[in-house]
Design a protein around this ligand. Structure first.
Ligand SMILES: [Zn+2]
Length: 136
């Protein structure tokens, strides 16, 4: 089934998320007050990742729905980046991809069989039946 497009998170959802978290970052716990004045500094993360959600029966949204405030977390831009790519901004190399979206994406591809390498499997019944019991 085709996966629905990602939707922008409406303002009421963001407000609900901020209120639930008490205006604090879901990752580091520091206040997100700056994010209120400058929206670019607060980002919203889908938990679980959209990638890992099942598509609903109608194929119009996910389960849970994309914009369900209970499944979205507000966090600093830097914290979001660290969580998403498993990388601390400015770090030279990836520290860890565990529990990050990058890790999940890999796993998800594997689950759906979208791997680049494919082992060729010989058909199990490759010998014609009439050769059975053939004597030399
Ligand atoms: Zn933070």
């Amino acid at each position: 089934m085709k996966r629905p497009k990602r939707k922008a998170i409406p303002k009421w959802v963001k407000d609900a998320v901020l209120k639930r978290q008490g205006m604090a970052c879901a990752e580091c716990g520091n206040p997100l007050m700056d994010g209120v004045r400058d929206p670019n500094r607060t980002e919203y993360d889908h938990r679980p990742s959209i990638l890992m959600r099942m598509v609903n029966v109608d194929g119009t949204d996910y389960h849970p729905p994309q914009n369900d405030p209970d499944h979205i977390e507000a966090l600093h831009k830097a914290c979001h980046l660290r969580r998403t790519v498993g990388r601390i901004p400015g770090a030279e190399k990836t520290v860890t991809t565990k529990d990050s979206d990058a890790h999940l994406r890999k796993k998800f591809n594997l689950l759906e069989g979208r791997t680049t390498k494919r082992k060729y499997k010989w058909p199990s019944k490759s010998f014609p039946k009439k050769q059975k019991g053939f004597r030399t």
